[in-house]
Design a protein around this ligand. Structure first.
Ligand code: PMP
Length: 362
């Protein structure tokens, strides 16, 4: 007897989902995934090296109370307002599952974080995309008009890098019929005020953050969100127990308690290098979107071809071919662009040299 194909047994909604598979082949310089190219902060690294056997053989805490306490201090909120997860991916996925029934809709700006439509489908929820405006800002009227059960916003937005306007975010938070998620994975690199400020007045707002970027812990998978205690309690139910592993909790707490000077210094260097990189890209004839994150997006009709050639030359950047022709900033580029993560200047200089070579050839 032949075994049934996976499609015969999988949920219907899963037919529209493919595995998330960006090119992760090692490259001499990898500026493709917006992680911290300066490395791991020292106290977190010590915590990883010094982990004992008992930490590994026993289960971790159910809901990471020590980490919640450290994150609450960091954000200036109560520990009861924090939910953690295995990366902010896990928090976002859990939040969609917690607040939308199968068949409901989640409104997502386009372009924005590519995983959100995937998490929506994984939960039987329909993603509805709304194009960004001319300035790569969120179209508040169109987002609200979807009447979606969940509205997702990302500020600074990945992959454009700009922060969304505060007035638009505040209006959506005030008027949305359901839950609003503001993904602030890149908040540390931005001068724009955080949506955390709105939490006191809005009980259906969830602000998600991560330790994968400014804190350099992407491999340990530590994400979190802040919201009203009743709201985060629902996300926690949906997330389930034991999702922060014991090693990750120790390293993350060490970073929050002892590495803030390291984090601040490297964020400052990232911001300075981001401005310098943007200037160099303009000098090469590109028009990068003004960024508030640790990466820069340069729309170009040759984005995919340039990235392919740059990888042959040892530098991995992230190419996009689906930025959206209906977004004015990307129309001329046919929806294509290159996203370059910001790191130490030596890596930026080599990236720029390889980009210049590729531009000259194509
Ligand atoms: N949100 C945004 C906007 C991101 O760019 C990323 C990482 N690419 C994440 C969330 C997920 O980060 P993590 O799961 O590592 O916390």
């Amino acid at each position: 007897m032949t075994p049934p194909s996976s499609l015969d047994v999988a949920r219907d909604a899963y037919r529209a989902i493919s595995l998330y598979a960006p090119n992760r082949e090692p490259a001499r310089i990898d500026v493709s995934d917006n992680t911290n190219l300066w490395g791991v902060p020292p106290a977190a690294e010590r915590a990883v090296r010094e982990v004992g056997t008992s930490t590994v053989t026993r289960y971790p805490s159910l809901y990471a109370p020590q980490l919640k306490a450290a994150l609450a201090d960091y954000l200036g909120v109560e520990p009861s307002m924090i939910v953690t997860g295995c990366g902010s991916d896990d928090v976002l996925d859990s939040a969609i599952r917690a607040f939308a029934e199968p068949g409901d809709r989640v409104a997502v700006p386009a372009p924005s974080f590519a995983m959100i439509p995937i998490f929506a489908r994984m939960n039987g929820v329909e993603p509805v995309t709304v194009a960004l405006t001319g300035a790569c800002d969120v179209d508040a009227d169109a987002m609200l008009a979807t009447e979606a059960r969940i509205i997702y916003l990302c500020s600074p937005n990945n992959p454009t890098g700009n922060a969304l306007s505060r007035a638009a975010v505040e209006r959506i938070v005030r008027e949305a019929p359901g839950v609003v998620i503001v993904d602030e994975a890149y908040a540390e690199f931005s001068a724009a005020p955080s949506a955390v400020d709105f939490l006191g007045a809005h009980e259906r707002l969830l602000v998600s953050r991560t330790m994968s970027k400014a804190f350099g812990l992407a491999g340990l998978r530590v994400g979190y969100a802040a919201g009203a205690p009743a709201l985060v309690a629902e996300v926690e139910k949906s997330r389930g127990p034991y999702k922060i592993n014991a090693l990750a909790e120790r390293a993350a707490v060490a970073a929050l308690r002892d590495d803030m000077a390291w984090v601040r210094d490297h964020v400052a260097e990232a911001v300075a290098n981001r401005e310098r990189l943007s200037g160099e890209l303009r000098a090469l004839g590109l028009a990068p979107v003004p960024s508030e994150a640790n990466f820069v997006l340069a729309p170009t009709p040759r984005g995919v071809a340039l990235a392919r050639r740059m990888r042959e030359l040892g530098v991995a950047v992230r190419a996009f071919d689906d930025l959206g022709r209906d977004v004015p900033a990307f129309r001329e580029a046919g929806g294509q662009g290159l996203r370059i993560s910001v790191g130490p200047w030596a890596a930026m200089a080599e990236t720029l040299a390889v980009l210049q070579t590729a531009l000259g050839e194509l």
